[in-house]
Design a protein around this ligand. Structure first.
Ligand code: ZN
Length: 424
């Protein structure tokens, strides 16, 4: 089962080089399962027993089901669609020394810079084109599905101290090489060709670099899985699989994948936005519930905020808490933080442990060393819009925010089972 799930996860990630593609991949899976797509700019007609999904900005998605019988509350699992990368700037081509064309890019999120060097990369995202009538636009997903660019390292002979630690300058060190001088003025043509449009029709774009290295399963017994964007597509995929397979009987089941977690969630489609609130309240209103009914349901609801967690690093075992030490393939990680960067508390931890116990999957615990501040996630941010009992969890991984991260082959299956139990 684990290998089958790993294969499906790899397929999901390979179809999803950017947040836009991840949302499209999930939309297709939901349509295949008979879900109706709702539009935010149209009236909603929600019915008991119905299955729906809605997207915002093409980069965040919320799918939900309404129980046939009386609704007792909501069960929500939230994850994120974005990953750290480099965004292509406007007017991206730069000439170097009369011989090269490189691309002007800027950082998106907090990535490990070093592993982006010396490996084939490509470009994916979306372009916005005029759609016939003036004032109407269409978004087209783009993936230049070939090795297109690379960020070459500077040779050791010209940077003798590099192995003693190097401070990467995003404007100088990280610009990818696109072609020789004959490639001048062809980059946007390459993008347009991929999108199947004329270059002059492109009025806007959101394009990112992505790692071309295929995902792999490796290790003495094939126990590890490496790929780009495991944070957080591993959780988004597991949430969706569990959501689709769970029985969803007495609760409104909600699979929620939000964009922009890596840059603080403060966008119209991020966890700090009203997207989740708008969707839950509109569904309630369409079903004829009052605002008080919504608040009563919310008080009887539970959310799992699923975003990957740090496993103990084999070469840096001292970086982990002395006691709470998650390992790859050890199960789902419950994340704790006294200062509430993670919103887990005694109550939500107990509820989630109970869910995992019913699902028959192992759990581990993560707490930062007391002398180190860790990362943050979307659970507590989302709670400022939709406040409910929430646990922060994740799957254990190494090399978080590298373009090639490592996880365990068993853990995806554990989260699928726990999600199915949550949505039962
Ligand atoms: Zn994450």
């Amino acid at each position: 089962m684990y290998n089958e799930i790993s294969k499906q996860l790899i397929e999901f990630i390979e179809k999803s080089p950017t947040c836009f593609h991840a949302v499209q991949t999930m939309s297709e899976m939901l349509k295949d399962e008979g879900f109706t797509e709702l539009r935010e700019n149209r009236k909603w007609k929600i019915e008991n027993g119905g299955k729906y999904f809605v997207t915002r900005n093409g980069s965040s998605l919320i799918a939900f089901t309404i129980p046939e019988q009386e609704m007792k509350g909501m069960r929500i699992m939230a994850s994120h669609s974005d990953s750290p990368s480099f965004k292509i700037k406007e007017n991206p081509e730069m000439e170097a020394d009369g011989h090269y064309i490189k691309l002007n890019v800027e950082r998106y999120g907090g990535m490990l810079c070093a592993p982006w060097f010396d490996r084939p990369l490509s470009v994916a995202g979306r372009v916005i084109v005029r759609d016939g009538e003036p004032g109407t636009f269409r978004s087209i997903l783009v993936n230049v599905d070939r090795n297109l660019v690379m960020i070459p390292n500077l040779a050791i002979h010209m940077n003798r101290e590099v192995n003693d630690g190097y401070k990467y300058n995003a404007q100088k060190d990280m610009l990818p090489l696109y072609g020789d001088i004959t490639a001048k003025e062809t980059f946007m043509k390459t993008i347009a060709e991929s999108a199947g449009v004329n270059p002059e029709d492109i009025l806007g774009h959101d394009l990112f670099l992505y790692n071309r290295q295929r995902a792999s399963i490796w290790g003495a017994s094939g126990e590890f899985l490496s790929s780009g964007r495991l944070d957080d597509l591993q959780c988004a995929f597991s949430s969706l699989k569990g959501f689709l397979s769970g029985e969803k009987k007495e609760y409104m089941a909600v699979h929620c994948v939000l964009d922009n977690e890596e840059v603080g969630s403060g966008t119209k489609q991020g966890a700090a936005s009203t997207f989740l609130y708008d969707t839950l309240t509109r569904a309630h209103e369409s079903l004829g519930f009052s605002r008080e009914d919504y608040l009563i349901h919310l008080a009887d609801s539970f959310m799992v905020s699923a975003d990957n967690a740090h496993a103990v690093h084999p070469n840096h075992t001292d970086k982990a808490d002395p006691v709470n030490r998650p390992c790859l393939n050890g199960g789902i990680v419950i994340k704790f933080n006294a200062n509430q960067k993670y919103c887990t508390d005694g109550v939500s931890a107990a509820i989630f442990r109970d869910i995992c116990s019913a699902a028959g999957v192992p759990v581990q615990t993560f707490v930062n060393r007391s002398d180190m501040s860790g990362g943050s996630t979307l659970g507590n941010i989302s709670n400022t819009q939709v406040a409910l009992n929430t646990v922060d969890i994740g799957l254990p991984q190494l090399a978080m925010h590298s373009p090639y991260e490592t996880a365990g082959v068993k853990d995806t299956g554990y989260l699928v089972k726990a999600a199915a139990e949550l949505f039962r």
